[in-house]
Design a protein around this ligand. Structure first.
Ligand code: SF4
Length: 415
């Protein structure tokens, strides 16, 4: 390849369909607020969306909005407005950029979707603390600001083995959501509707898992950066037929690549596992940088966080409790290390990159010796890069590139 020639990263054709369903998703909520035809629930990203969908709420996810603020690079300028209200620059930069956007009356939705001026106003806020405490603080702020009820499920964290005690405790809290949600929606709970939404979520999750698992092929037909974009329906539309149909389409396209022995990169010299969150404002730059180094960052813990193989429509509350408690983020370091070790073997990687995200300790697993322990166990080398999901002041692009290039040279020498 000539020196100045850009390496090819294959684009995913199904993205056009994803853009359509995401557009429909946002316009439907905007219309519901304007006409009052349906109630809106805000939900944390691994909160009980199935219950809300089963009770006919349209469901909006502030974390998805946070990621959009990051990806459009609006966040760094908005964070200080939340800091001025007492929310530290050291806490979740989804929270601070989203509250900053609210204070300034801005949203990337109005740039992407003509006619949408603001995020949909909620009738209820529902969160689960399985991922972190920040979501509860975030939702509490809106609850007071908008005078809207907040319902929270509290989940144990740092769990080594998930047992019946954990499941019962969370399942009871999930059941306790029904009564207040009936009052807010004005509709009676229907068990069959919940079963249907859990069944659709399970189907979506199984298909999303197949999409991610396909990266074990050599060469991989998908990158982590593709996954970070195409996970949107698994997050915001799980429990709907649109998400199921979308992942069938995406999986078919990726399977075709496998059949034709096509990788997502022209030359996949190295395979890397990504541990931690993406740097949303640098997604494209990172994707291009790794492609230029003939390196496929092909799998991550993060994208796998929306795989819920425990969902069972015949036992909706207990199975939701199990799925939302077995998440990687709620687990002890022992359980996390076992999981990452299995993933590195499954995806046949020759290195792992840990993203130390300044404002999200919950999705950062390199601060207490895990990289060193796993390297000793697996002999797979690691690199830690400093950065953040949304606050671009927390990273140095030059430093990141220098460290990554040196890491790839190290892999080259080991080859
Ligand atoms: S897990 Fe991290 S990024 Fe997500 S809401 Fe919590 S602190 Fe923010």
């Amino acid at each position: 390849m000539a020196k100045d020639e850009k390496p090819t990263r294959k684009t995913i054709k199904a993205a056009l369909e994803m853009n359509k369903i995401m557009s429909h998703y946002f316009y439907e909520m905007d219309n519901a607020v304007k006409t009052g035809c349906k109630k809106i629930a805000w939900c944390s990203s691994v909160g009980p969306a199935e219950i809300l969908r089963g009770m006919d709420f349209l469901v909006y996810f502030p974390e998805n909005h946070g990621a959009m603020l990051g990806a459009t690079r609006m966040s760094t300028e908005l964070i200080p407005y939340a800091n001025a209200r007492g929310y530290s620059p050291d806490i979740c930069s989804y929270l601070t950029s989203d509250i900053g956007a609210y204070i300034k009356g801005l949203t990337p939705l109005s740039r992407a979707y003509k006619g949408i001026e603001k995020v949909p106003r909620p009738d209820v806020l529902v969160c689960n603390t399985n991922q972190c405490r920040d979501v509860q603080d975030w939702f509490s702020w809106y609850s007071k600001e908008l005078n809207v009820p907040l319902l929270a499920v509290n989940t144990h964290r740092g769990i080594k083995d998930v047992n019946e005690f954990h499941i019962e405790s969370v399942a009871e809290q999930l059941k306790a959501l029904i009564e207040p949600l009936e009052k807010i929606s004005g509709k009676r709970f229907n068990a069959d509707d919940l079963k249907r939404s859990v069944a659709l979520s399970r189907e979506c999750s199984d298909l999303w898992k197949k999409v991610l698992d396909i990266a074990s092929a050599v060469p991989s037909p998908i990158t982590f950066f593709d996954g970070a974009i195409h996970m949107a329906p698994a997050v915001v539309l799980r429990g709907t037929q649109q998400a199921v149909d979308y992942y069938k389409l995406l999986y078919a396209e990726l399977s075709e690549r496998i059949k034709n022995k096509q990788g997502s990169l022209d030359n996949e010299r190295f395979r890397i596992y990504w541990e931690g969150m993406p740097v949303w404002g640098r997604l494209r730059d990172h994707s291009e940088m790794f492609a230029g180094l003939n390196t496929n960052v092909l799998a991550s813990t993060y994208c796998n966080s929306w795989v819920f193989t425990d969902f069972d429509p015949e036992d909706p509350f207990a199975s939701m409790a199990r799925a939302y408690t077995k998440l990687f983020i709620t687990r002890s370091d022992d359980a996390k290390e076992e999981y990452i070790k299995q993933m590195m073997e499954y995806y046949k990687v020759s290195g792992i990159i840990y993203h130390d995200a300044k404002t999200c300790p919950h999705n950062t697993n390199c601060r207490y010796g895990m990289p060193q322990r796993l390297e000793k166990l697996t002999k797979i080398p690691y690199l830690v890069i400093n950065g953040d999901l949304n606050d671009l002041r927390c990273l140095s692009d030059d430093q990141t590139r220098t460290n990554i290039e040196a890491f790839i040279e190290q892999l080259e020498e080991n080859k």
